[in-house]
Ligand binder design. Sequence first.
Ligand SMILES: C[S@@+](CC[C@H](N)C(=O)[O-])C[C@H]1O[C@@H](n2cnc3c(N)ncnc32)[C@H](O)[C@@H]1O
Length: 174
Amino acid sequence: MSVYVANHHSSVLKMHSWRTAQNSIPYLLPSIKPDMKILDVGCGPGTIAVDLAKLVPSGHLTGVEYLAAPLEAARSHAAREQVQNIDFRVGDVHALEFADGSFDVVHAHQVLQHVRDPVQGLREMRRVARKGGIVALRESASMTWYPDMPVLREWKDLHMRVSKARGGNPDPGS
Ligand SMILES: C[S@@+](CC[C@H](N)C(=O)[O-])C[C@H]1O[C@@H](n2cnc3c(N)ncnc32)[C@H](O)[C@@H]1O
């Protein structure tokens, strides 16, 4: 099991909570139908998950996280938004505890770059999607920026070393 390097400090959860379905996964929204069953893998504090649940009023959204830590924030957010067709549970993308073909849409946002074996993660996501369903990811293949700044290069080198030392795969490629 790899360890999520950024951890779930309140500052990290705050940054993730800025994300909405509209600002983070607009590419997926036209494919969502009201009765769909959706799985959000690595859902974090659940703001994208809750937005997706609102789009499937006669369907359901399940959010999964490998640790319980961010799920408290996710459940509170769903309660605040009065969204009830949603549940959150602990689970690992490398070995999802769902039967084959359980979901119409299996989704992840910014997750596979943090896991030990992204290809195994993709296999599992595909396995639990129904035939003809959708497996949707928005991920980083690698990190780059301009202008080149020594302090950011130093940060990236440190991030890579720590992430690899903790079992992650921070540069999964496309
Ligand atoms: C960058 S955050 C993204 C959270 C959320 N998807 C979002 O975009 O706001 C990555 C999330 O993946 C989760 N994660 C890391 N390893 C995982 C694994 N093996 N299985 C499931 N989730 C995992 C982390 O706990 C973390 O919350």
